[in-house]
Design a protein around this ligand. Sequence first.
Ligand SMILES: Cc1cc2nc3c(=O)[nH]c(=O)nc-3n(C[C@H](O)[C@H](O)[C@H](O)COP(=O)(O)O)c2cc1C
Length: 150
Amino acid sequence: MAKIKVVYGSVGGNTELVCEKAQEVLEKAGNSVELLEARLADPVYAADADLLILACPTYGIGELEHFFEIFLGKLAAVDLKGKKCAIIGLGDPKYDKDYHLESARIIMEFLQKKEAKILHMPLRISKNPMVLIPTGFVDRWAEKINELMK
Ligand SMILES: Cc1cc2nc3c(=O)[nH]c(=O)nc-3n(C[C@H](O)[C@H](O)[C@H](O)COP(=O)(O)O)c2cc1C
């Protein structure tokens, strides 16, 4: 059983919803999954997992959600070399394409610099998750992550 921690920022609840769906799938596959709000998360505790999932929506002009950005700043001091990681990014196509879904790209760049082991392409959600979740889009990504983690 793998120990998975998911740190997320969410203002409107969409990212939280996607994380809860991924949690459900990964738990069903036999893992223990803990969701941690970035606002309250301790980076050292968060990084102590077999898999760390970082999840954040895009806000401002192609920026990270405020509390998640602060969390990532603190996580920069933690050794993530070789750490299994995965990324969930949310955005909305109504924003300029230069800023669309930037959160996933920013997290990816951060983890690459930290030499973390990024398991798979980020889960990029650019539609209302209430519409997307019933299609199985999040399930398929989480199932793939579960496979790649072994
Ligand atoms: C003020 C504001 C700024 C946003 N800026 C961007 C942006 O630059 N790029 C993008 O792709 N989405 C942007 N979004 C869309 C959000 O990322 C999207 O609605 C997301 O689902 C919100 O997640 P949350 O409910 O977890 O907070 C913005 C939304 C708001 C309200």
